[in-house]
Design a protein around this ligand. Structure first.
Ligand SMILES: [Zn+2]
Length: 139
C-alpha cells in the first residue's frame, strides 16, 4: 500500500526498533511507496511513519532491494557529498564512504536470513543515508 511521507521530526529522530519476520506488510508498503515516487532512489520505513529498521534502495539495475536491520561493518574512502532527503528540506553536506560493507537481514520464505555485502558508489551512499534513517539520525 502506498503511504504518505512523514515530515515529523519526532518520528524521524526516533531510533528504529529491529525489524522481524512479522514486518512483511511494512516491507510491502515501503516498496509500494518507493515505486510511487518518481524522484526517489531509497526509502526507510520511518519515512512512512513506521519506526522499524527497514529500508529499500534502488540498485544499479533500477530494481529496489530491501534491507532489514542494516549496519555498517566498515567503510572506505570518506568523501564529502551533497545530499537531499525526501522528508527534509534543503541540501546538506555530509561525509559518506565510497565503498562499504554492510550487515543486514533479508526476509526469505517468512524467515530472516543474515547477509553481508559490499556496495560502492551511489548505491553505497544511499545505503548510508538509509542507515542514518534507521538510527533516527536526521541528515
Ligand atoms: Zn532521507
Amino acid at each position: 500500500m502506498i503511504r504518505e511521507l512523514i515530515h515529523d521530526d519526532a518520528i524521524l529522530s526516533t531510533p528504529c526498533e529491529p525489524a522481524t519476520a512479522e514486518d512483511a506488510p511494512v516491507i510491502q508498503d515501503v516498496l509500494d511507496t518507493l515505486a510511487s515516487l518518481s524522484d526517489a532512489g531509497c526509502l526507510a520505513a520511518n519515512q512512512i511513519g513506521v519506526t522499524k529498521a527497514i529500508c529499500a534502495v534502488e540498485g544499479d539495475d533500477g530494481k529496489p532491494f530491501v534491507m532489514l536491520n542494516p549496519k555498517l561493518v566498515f567503510g572506505l574512502g570518506p568523501q564529502r557529498v551533497q545530499e537531499s532527503c525526501l522528508t527534509r528540506e534543503g541540501v546538506v553536506n555530509v561525509k559518506r564512504h565510497i565503498k562499504i560493507k554492510v550487515d543486514f537481514d533479508e526476509l526469505v520464505d517468512g524467515e530472516l536470513r543474515h547477509r553481508r555485502r559490499e556496495y560502492a558508489g551511489f548505491t553505497a551512499q544511499m545505503i548510508q543515508h538509509m542507515i542514518d534513517h534507521c538510527n533516527g539520525k536526521l541528515v
